[in-house]
Write a protein that binds this ligand. Sequence first.
Ligand SMILES: *Cc1c(COP(=O)(O)O)cnc(C)c1O
Length: 357
Amino acid sequence: MSRFWHPRVARLHPYVPGEQPKMERLVKLNTNENPYGPSPRVVAAIQAAAEAGMQLYPDPEAMALRTAIAEFYSDFGITPAQVFVGNGSDEVLAHAFHGLFRQDAPLLFPDISYSFYPVYCTLYEVPFETIPLDDAFAIRLADYEGDNGGIIFPNPNAPTGRALPLADIQGLLERNTDSVVVVDEAYVDFGADSAVALVNRFPNLLVTQTVSKSRSLAGLRLGLAMGHPDLIAGLVRIKDSFNSYPVDRLASAGGIAAFADRGHFERNRRTVMADRERLTAELAGLGFEVLPSAANFVFARHPRRAGADLARALRERAVIVRHFDRPRIADFLRITIGTPEQNRAFLSALEDALAQP
Ligand SMILES: *Cc1c(COP(=O)(O)O)cnc(C)c1O
């Protein structure tokens, strides 16, 4: 606290990211990073970009990158005018809260969801209401009704991993036509159907994605949104009132190569999904209830062992997973899918922890 702060600064509740400890030999399954490296073509493209033109500002419109993303989604008829890019999808989401959700009526989102949403609401003074997940920890879009200033939910949801069928999202968009609906698809490539398929039918739909998870580029900071050109133009007005160059030359070159290398993308996500199914079965074998996941993590609880205790016992064995000390989910652990070797190390630490009373 400082007397030089604006009072608003003292009132903020900043997001607390999963820790990035410097410990060696740590099995780090706490922040949903991809355990594999990015496409070698991405690394080569970043290297080439580093060697040419770094003294120059990047294209403020990032047109080459937006064109590459539109090309990736050409089956859905996406054009560059329907694509927005930013410094991570967190930044893209921030602009959506700032530019689209700052309404009189409350923004609606699930009570158990990405914990950055209430943070942005405080930062941008967005009134909000949370809608409870059902008893199986699923989002029930039928409950998102009435006057609202917008709706946002991740699909698959975080930290549950549960995905919604596209038909449910379409149903919501058919009912809810007067406010913006943002579908946060940070994990969509690990097993859910993308709402990008609906962008050309619903002018109030914005779909956000990231290269952080399924394209192994959390270190690059690149996120995107797809929606009607008018929604995109609104985000561009916010961006150009804040930072004209959020996507630097390296991120742009890397992003273009990441969307072009479909082979690497497909192999990567299929490996993670297959390992997720194996880990789910092994956890079930140890007595855990595991929510059905369409993401690169699983959310699981043991019927007799408290989540906080298990998280602590794992940490003592050099394995870190994410635990949320929050109502309804305090007994769950969120475990990122690692390499087969990391997953084995996690399971043996867990078996060891379960054997201690
Ligand atoms: C990881 C994540 C993001 C943020 O992704 P970045 O592009 O790395 O900022 C957004 N939404 C959800 C639900 C996430 O889990």
